[in-house]
Design a protein around this ligand. Sequence first.
Ligand SMILES: Cc1cc2nc3c(=O)[nH]c(=O)nc-3n(C[C@H](O)[C@H](O)[C@H](O)COP(=O)(O)OP(=O)(O)OC[C@H]3O[C@@H](n4cnc5c(N)ncnc54)[C@H](O)[C@@H]3O)c2cc1C
Length: 155
Amino acid sequence: MFREMRRKGNALSQEETIAILEKNTNGVLAVDGDDDYPYAVPLSYVYSDGKILFHCAVTGHKLDGIKNNEKVSFCVIDQDDIIPEDFNTLYRSAIAFGKARVVTDDQEKQQALELVIAKYSPAFMESGKEYIAKEWERCLVVEIKIEHLTGKAGD
Ligand SMILES: Cc1cc2nc3c(=O)[nH]c(=O)nc-3n(C[C@H](O)[C@H](O)[C@H](O)COP(=O)(O)OP(=O)(O)OC[C@H]3O[C@@H](n4cnc5c(N)ncnc54)[C@H](O)[C@@H]3O)c2cc1C
């Protein structure tokens, strides 16, 4: 059901692609938006064990999109080096397709938020936990279970 990459020679391995997800600090989530318009929105995220996790406010456009249609995609750009004289760009990127759900289990939510702190504020774990407690009711965690993951490098 998911498409093959046309230029197979540019495909990265699953290991290389997961490394892109692990290394980078933002990606673009694409959801089924309002009035049949796709909605692509930049987010911080964590990759963990075949899943992409992000936190967000309890309402908003992207959440409505996910509630209407759980199928989403998520793109991370790892490299974007422009070579003007060659009219070319050296690029590496990853694209994941999967199903998104709001995490409803408190323990899972806590674990996901701690993963966010560990990635983005590793030196502040203890104050991060206090921050999680303070913001608990004002935030949600969304999990995207990856069903199809590709990486591509252009040379
Ligand atoms: C690098 C980066 C990391 C971020 N990390 C997170 C994160 O981890 N969690 C999180 O919740 N948010 C994060 N944001 C903010 C995120 O992009 C959204 O602005 C936010 O999540 C609100 O989305 P929404 O659909 O609920 O907004 P809504 O306010 O419901 O969106 C309404 C409309 O506002 C416009 N809009 C919303 N967001 C943006 C935007 N970023 N740029 C331009 N127009 C916009 C769009 O037209 C959208 O249709 C991050 C942004 C950046 C750039």
